[in-house]
Design a protein around this ligand. Sequence first.
Ligand code: ATP
Ligand code: MG
Length: 569
Amino acid sequence: MKDKSVTNLPTDAVVSNFIRSIIDEDNRTGKWNQRVETRFPPEPNGYLHIGHAKSICLNFGIAHDYNGVCHLRFDDTNPEKEAQEYVDAICENVAWLGFDWGEHLHYSSDYFDQLYAFAEYLITQGKAYVESLTADEIREQRGTLTSPGQNSPYRDRLPDESLDLFRCMKAGEFPDGKYVLRAKIDMASPNMNMRDPVIYRIRHIHHQRTGDQWCIYPMYDYTHCISDALEKITHSLCTLEFEDHRPLYDWVLDQLEGKVPCHPQQIEFARLNLTYTVMSKRKLIELVESDLVDDWDDPRLSTLAGVRRRGYTPKSIRQFIERIGVSKADSWIDVSVLEDCLREDLNESAPRRVAILRPLKLIIDNYPEDLEEDCFAPNHPKKPEWGKRVVPLSKTLYIERDDFMEEPTKGYFRLSPGAEVRLRYGYIVKCVAVDKNAVGEIEAIHCTYDAETKSGTEGATKRKVKGNIHWLSVKHAQPAEVRLYDRLFSDPYPDSGDKDYKTSLNPDSKEIITAYLEQSLCDAEPEQAFQFERNGYFIADRIDSKPGKPVFNRAVTLRDSWGKVDAGV
Ligand code: ATP
Ligand code: MG
């Protein structure tokens, strides 16, 4: 049972370093001759998600910090489910996160010959045998957590006979499922993984790299430890569910002592669980294939392709992984921790711009019909060196619908009949009338402006008003598609217990609107990020946005959209 405590870590959280402590100790004793070699070993059977980012940052981060090396190794022993599309996407994701495997790109299938030779060796040593029982019979004889398994009648098959059969398996003489190769360990072991696990099976299936060369494929547990050893990995970091597999990892390598270059140490850490999302590959595939999301890179998904398209930066993800730390205790991280990391990054790096998401017309009655004035808006409130840009003002503006209330509630300091606000970087205006249509809906509001109060002039500071709203001149504003994304699930634990995660999909997780943008946003390059003042952080969609025809995605809202409006005077 997973611990449901949600961690909301402060920004200065101490990063757990139990893995680093092990490495420090190894370096002190000289166990590996100061060598640190890690690997990230995805199976290319789906897209990577934010959980994988933890493993990537950990493996590549440790290698980097200890002047070591990290390999990217595709664990491609299961050709039914694997595809080159996934290999390509995984490489792209790892590089996007900022990591470089250099020459260390490997595939478990690179080792098929060696894995096979070691299997023959285990047979000759009486450590493996060819099994004739069916998969169901093997399962029946496996025992339970409380009762031991039974030895197969084929367990004592002579090595020569097993070797013959194994060679015939390899030569393609048998159909799928006819025989398997099992390690001969202990059918009474309290650890089920040690009850003579299957290490090879027959699969007449094309492999994306080795083609039709093989019709027998090694199992994960057998392959993984040997691949690690052949690559001279020192510290093999994996998630906690592999803890029970460690005795098998060690058993295989113990049998091959002297035949493989080293015996890496497997170290387990807790996987990342994030609220309001699902991360199993199976569920992600289901969401994509049943069209519940648009594709693998749907900005609402926890896939790395999705969070990238949403507007997450590699830096924000690395910061997130550092902040949550590494431990052996399973816990849940609140998705707001991830969102905060993005806000912090974009708060620093994203230029400010104005966009009106839900427009309402504001007419300045006493403003000259044809006058246009330049107002100057800073590109970043804390970085004067980024300069200012011109935002033109004219008689008819768009403001946000929410910035007007006909009957203001207590504490509402924006526009309402008779009330005054500052048009950011412009003048103070006062609401004098409201236009409504036949059914009573507000169509426009009328204001008068105080010509003495322009921002940047002496008069600006004479009078203070509480409200401060953004606006765009109607004739200068550019309409554009904006996609407002929200959390994909409305339940923090969509797939815990027996729940069907599909029942808690948030129906409002995607809304497409036509917003109005200031002119300079039209030239945005794909993946350029901005803060739309008071509205959140937005990114030009990496696929659909083109300079001249921008499409923006909302990456994340501002922490406090309405309350904390900085002066803008
Ligand atoms: P599956 O859903 O098929 O079991 P997986 O998520 O385990 O897939 P792999 O391709 O086997 O995917 O994962 C590659 C590596 O990423 C493994 O070392 C795995 O432990 C690690 N990993 C996977 N999910 C998480 C997670 N949520 N947090 C941290 N590491 C993870
Ligand atoms: Mg896995």
